[in-house]
Design a protein around this ligand. Structure first.
Ligand SMILES: [Zn+2]
Ligand SMILES: [Zn+2]
Length: 335
């Protein structure tokens, strides 16, 4: 079968590999229908930070059909259309015992801890698989995993009704956070992106307003209302620095971007202005809620998808995404 495998930092190959063996107890075999390229796939390709096995079929966002079940699997059936929870957690460390399996001491992800979904077929633990609502289009279902990440960020912000929210970064997570807020939050949404076209298209679809990281500009847009919540989905140190300088005192800032570099700042900034920086890692138990939210948000999501490619195009797409040459939210691979 055809598969895209990461060998080491910067080395990604499309090749012919043998299909997975029949599933072990507790696992399922799946035919991949559509997969999505994630910012974390690009980060791992660029830095090699999370490579634990080599080569490994990359990819963790996908829609598939169950083709075979290992012994003891009861949560899904052959023929089911599914999406996957991307996380590999141990289930017995201190964090897992508290239900914080996204903070598991040995947390790994599909595509790194085991072969992933940039292939025609994949075997995965059945406990990670969730059936999707019937009739949900694969290009929408494939967004379930990043949608859960965006939902986790919003849950971590604990927004009050009518609170304005500023989203910095209109990539997949920032864009999907805007979609969720447009669907369920009552209050102004502001979006910022250095790519004006991208900010404009997210703003148009989610009825948000395009802003800049300038306190006066934001004040003008909000007409006297105070900004109290922001999301950094850029992973850019410069953007985060600018955000810290422009939010008013008392603001909560959720951080979800994977950054390169270090932030230098005076801790008194947090103390004297009571700013809260809230780290958001993947998602906790948001996957089922994210899947049930997808049909209602399908129309918005559909307008933000970038383009569809094939497995053979994946290395070129990595280069394009790494060079920031994308306009939509997500590049999808039809398999
Ligand atoms: Zn992802
Ligand atoms: Zn654990």
């Amino acid at each position: 079968m055809r598969a895209v495998r990461l060998y080491e930092k910067g080395v990604l190959r499309v090749e012919e590999v043998s299909p997975p063996a029949p599933p072990e107890p507790g696992w399922a075999s799946l035919k991949v229908i559509m997969a999505g390229i994630c910012g974390s796939d690009i980060h791992n390709f660029k830095t090699g930070q999370w490579i634990t096995r080599s080569p490994s079929v990359a990819g963790h966002e996908f829609t598939g059909v169950v083709t075979a079940l290992g012994a003891g699997v009861e949560n899904i059936e052959v023929g089911d259309m599914i999406v996957a929870d991307s996380r590999f957690w141990c289930g017995h460390c201190g964090a897992c015992q508290l239900g914080q399996n996204h903070l598991c001491q040995t947390l790994g992800f599909i595509g790194e801890a085991c072969d992933g979904c940039f292939a025609e077929l994949v075997n995965l633990p059945a406990k990670l698989l969730h059936k999707i609502p019937s009739g949900l289009a694969p290009q929408i279902a494939t967004m379930a995993e990043p949608f859960a990440v965006a939902l986790h960020v919003i849950n971590r912000l604990r927004l009050m009704p009518h609170e304005p929210v500023l989203i910095v970064g209109c990539g997949p997570i920032g864009g999907l956070a805007a979609v969720i807020l447009a669907h369920q939050h009552v209050g102004p949404i502001l979006v910022v992106d250095r790519n004006a076209a991208r900010a404009e298209s997210v703003a148009q679809v989610t009825n948000a307003q395009v802003a800049t990281l300038d306190a006066e500009h934001i004040k003008g847009i909000l007409q006297g209302r105070k900004l109290t919540a922001a999301i950094d989905a850029t992973g850019s140190i410069q953007a985060l620095q600018a955000l810290l300088n422009c939010v008013p005192s008392g603001a909560n800032i959720a951080l979800v971007g994977i950054s390169h570099g270090k932030l230098e700042f005076d801790p008194n900034l947090l103390v004297e202005r009571e700013l809260a920086l809230i780290g958001c890692h993947a998602f906790q138990n948001e996957m089922p809620a994210a899947i049930s939210l997808l049909p209602a948000c399908a129309n918005m999501i559909d307008q933000l998808i970038d383009r569809e490619i094939t497995l053979d195009d994946v290395p070129a797409a990595y280069a394009r995404i790494a060079a920031n040459q994308v306009s939509g939210l997500k590049t999808l691979i039809r398999i």
